[in-house]
Design a protein around this ligand. Structure first.
Ligand code: AMP
Length: 465
């Protein structure tokens, strides 16, 4: 028998009990001879696109392994639609169940009754979002699903914003991704921690999670026996005129994302749990906290250091994971960890970017489509400086000039600072030498501050993680 093919099916519907219909379709697929449902995305609710006024849809994408042909699978999808009572009455009208074959290995089918890959799949946010959940790496039409999703999101952000993760679906024979246990206070965290037999990997976050956070959690999961993520929008690291109140809080979606990564527990405390009434101690990390973000946001790193110290003392991880994207925070945390003998090791992971180069950030969701397009000047500026360093330029003044001139040509992008620093001391450098050097840049686009950084290496080498 030939090796099973990796195929993808979109499931959607907007009539009756939408969860029951999608789960019945998944059950129908998984009991089809020669078909195995390997994984399924969350179900997303989305407003109808086109057609008459009608209720919102639920859409999901399932990944199959099948020894059947594309035509046999397509025929089976029709049967399942009919079994769900589907009648094709009004074009683009409401329907009980819609099953589309999105892709079938790398097969291309172009017949009147069947076209694979599905000709419109790459134009639909409600297909690409769940598809990127389940198989970001799958290649369709020469690019990964994640790439297609990022491209479409850059063109049509509203379509993605309109999607709401509605539920995790059950598939017979497939263990549903289990949501992490939510620990609401220090006592629950302590009990969970005491029960873990092996090593603990810990990822502190403020929620509104994206692939950058997921990458840290995946690494923790790969390297440790148990994985803990904290979600806490820490008031002490926000200035009085900053975005604490409007910072995105998306706990339900965060838990779904962490379920798919396989995170065991989420510590999501209240402000009162971390800062009980009367708490007045703040940790100051002199040195790396001083300039740059520290100067632009007085008190910010004291708030970060205080909460990280408390979290590490409460969670007692073997390894705690931080993103290079917030490079000065990394310098502060490393110094804090060393100076206060905090438990475990600090692990730093590289910045995760969208395909167009923009560093992922929870605050990117503040950007309008136009602002997001303009924000690309930031990674472009860093890339230009990096190229100049690779070509032999050692003078920081010249490298800053290269980056600055890219930013100067970008309308509506207001640089806050651009410099090259020692990544541990976060002190400015005058020249690139043998030691690692990091260009840091922060810009304001509209009302949103965006941070980014890039290693500067003379010659063609790449920097450390
Ligand atoms: P935040 O929720 O923004 O406080 O970030 C939590 C952790 O995720 C920090 O260690 C960040 O540096 C890290 N992080 C945020 N964005 C990214 C990214 N694009 N790539 C890698 N790590 C990131």
């Amino acid at each position: 028998m030939s090796a099973p093919v990796r195929a993808f099916v979109a499931l959607g519907g907007n009539l009756g009990d939408r969860r029951a219909r999608l789960e019945a379709a998944l059950a129908g697929l998984s009991t089809t001879p020669g078909v195995r449902v390997a994984a399924v995305s969350a179900a997303y609710e989305n407003p109808p696109v086109g057609g008459p006024p009608q209720p919102p849809y639920w859409n999901a994408v399932a990944e199959l392994r099948t020894t059947r042909s594309a035509h046999e699978l397509h025929a089976r999808l029709h049967t399942l639609e009919a079994e769900a009572g589907r009648v094709r009455a009004v074009k683009d009208g409401p329907r009980t169940l819609d099953l589309d074959l999105l892709a079938f290995g790398d097969e291309v089918v172009a017949r009147p009754d069947l076209r694979v890959p599905h000709p419109r799949a790459l134009e639909r946010a409600f297909v690409l979002a769940p598809w990127a959940d389940v198989a970001p790496d799958a290649v369709v039409g020469g690019a990964t699903v994640l790439t297609h999703a990022a491209r479409l999101r850059a063109r049509a952000p509203a379509a993605f914003d309109a999607l709401v993760r509605a539920a995790l679906l059950a598939v017979p024979g497939v263990a549903a991704p289990r949501r992490p246990v939510v620990l609401g206070d220090a006592a629950a965290l302590a009990a969970w921690r005491a029960a873990v037999a092996g090593t603990v990997g810990f990822v502190p976050t403020m929620g509104a999670l994206h692939e950058g956070h997921a990458a840290l959690a995946r690494r923790a999961r790969a390297e440790c026996d148990a994985t803990l993520v904290s979600i806490f929008v820490n008031p002490t690291q926000f200035g009085p005129n900053e975005d604490f109140a409007r910072y995105p809080r998306t706990l339900e979606a965060d838990l779904d994302l962490l379920a798919r990564v396989g995170v065991d527990a989420v510590y999501a405390p209240s402000v009162e749990d971390l800062y009980p009434t009367g708490s007045s101690t703040r940790v100051e990390v002199a040195g790396p906290s001083g300039g740059y973000e520290g100067a632009a946001r007085p008190g910010h790193f004291s708030g970060v250091a205080t909460v990280v110290a408390k979290l590490l003392l409460r969670a007692r991880p073997d390894r705690a994971y931080f993103g290079r994207k917030d490079a000065q925070q990394v310098a502060v945390v490393r110094r804090l960890h060393r100076d206060l003998d905090l438990p475990g090791r600090v692990v730093v992971a590289p910045t995760v970017r969208d395909v167009d180069g923009l560093a992922l950030s929870s605050r990117n969701r503040y950007l309008s489509a136009d602002e997001r397009a303009r924000a690309l000047a930031l990674p472009r500026a860093l890339g230009a400086a990096r190229a100049a360093a690779a070509a032999g330029e050692r003078r920081v003044s010249a490298l800053v000039g290269v980056a600055g001139s890219v930013l100067a040509q970008a309308p509506g992008v207001v640089p806050s600072y651009v410099d090259v620093v020692d990544p541990d001391a976060f002190a400015p450098l005058a020249e690139l030498g043998e030691a690692p050097a990091l260009m840091v840049a922060t810009v304001k686009v509209g009302t949103t501050r965006l941070l980014d950084n890039e290693w500067m290496t003379v010659g063609d080498g790449t920097g450390p993680a």
